[in-house]
Design a protein around this ligand. Structure first.
Ligand code: APR
Length: 269
């Protein structure tokens, strides 16, 4: 076995023992978790932003200034299609998503905070999820925060003379739930993240570069409360140095092994 492979085995053992002895485990998930489902990451050397540069940070402000124009631009962009759009449409949960759903079912994982909008955790069977950057399959009112799942009857939305959908409760504009650059994180999601971080005595850092806040702040809250950090990422991140276990492997490979080992540890007399 090579030195790196030996390292992975040792770090997975440390990670499994942390989880087996923890009482409230959460996960912070990033784009790397969905890479093995065919969805490109944003950073890490071969990500979307590495190739095309970070997008402007004022998308939400431009939307608020002229939602009709913004809607027309989005519809034109959707009509053109994109590699990212096709990848996210075709993506299926990978063994990493399935392992997290299994961990929830077995009681080893209490909550997922995901930065991903791809709905793959739900498709894998996870249910305790906070989507800090929204979900591409949902719509949300920017006035009161009410959401509609895809397929839910959107017939109750009030369509104005500019063909913009409005909330039947507060008349706010209804947009895709995905959080735009410059858009505040929805209050309900933010409150949930803080509550989960407060309760956690261990956090899995799965496929995130830990460079975007407020998501990258939650592991630090767990750390400051004396909780343990487990990083699963082929590359180093700003959280590596405060992590108790560092598994330098793809999440789709590491997580199934982790679930198995935790199962062995918890079933030992
Ligand atoms: N398994 C685990 N991690 C992986 C894998 C893999 N198979 N492949 C790549 N990675 C790691 C990379 O090393 C990198 O550290 O995943 C991380 C992806 O980082 P980002 O692309 O920055 O993704 P994320 O941390 O989720 O970005 C946060 O930035 O642009 C915004 O809204 C966007 O939600 C996103 C946020």
């Amino acid at each position: 076995m090579s030195e790196p492979e030996q390292q992975i085995v040792e770090q997975l053992e440390i990670a499994a023992r942390i989880i087996a002895n923890a009482s409230y485990v959460i996960a912070l998930v990033g784009a790397g978790m969905s890479k093995e489902s065919g969805i490109p990451t944003f950073r890490g050397g071969d990500g979307l932003w590495d190739k095309q540069g970070e997008p402007p940070m004022d998308g939400y402000q431009r939307f608020l200034e002229d939602p009709v124009r913004w809607k027309a631009e989005r519809e034109a962009q959707a009509a053109r299609g994109s590699d990212f759009g096709r990848a996210i449409e075709e993506a299926k949960p990978n063994p990493g998503h399935l392992a997290l759903a299994e961990m929830e079912r077995l009681g080893y994982l209490q909550h997922i905070i995901t930065q991903n909008i791809d709905n793959l955790h739900q498709e894998a069977g996870s249910t305790a999820i906070t989507e800090i950057h929204g979900n591409r399959t949902k719509q949300r009112c920017i006035g009161c925060g009410r959401r509609w799942n895809r397929g839910e009857s959107l017939g109750e939305l009030v369509i104005d003379s500019d063909d913009l959908p409005h909330c039947p409760d507060c008349e706010g504009i209804v947009k895709n739930d995905t959080v735009m650059f410059g858009e505040p994180i929805p209050q309900d999601a933010l409150a949930s993240c803080f509550e989960e971080a407060r309760q956690a005595d261990a956090i899995l850092l799965l496929g995130t570069s830990a460079t975007v806040t407020p998501a990258a702040d939650f592991p630090v809250i767990v750390y400051r409360n004396g909780g343990r950090l487990i990083e699963v990422n082929p590359q180093e991140t700003p959280l590596t140095e405060i992590s108790d276990a560092v598994v330098r492997a793809p999440s789709g490979e590491a997580l199934p092994s982790l679930v198995d080992r935790v199962g062995e540890l918890v079933s030992k007399p």
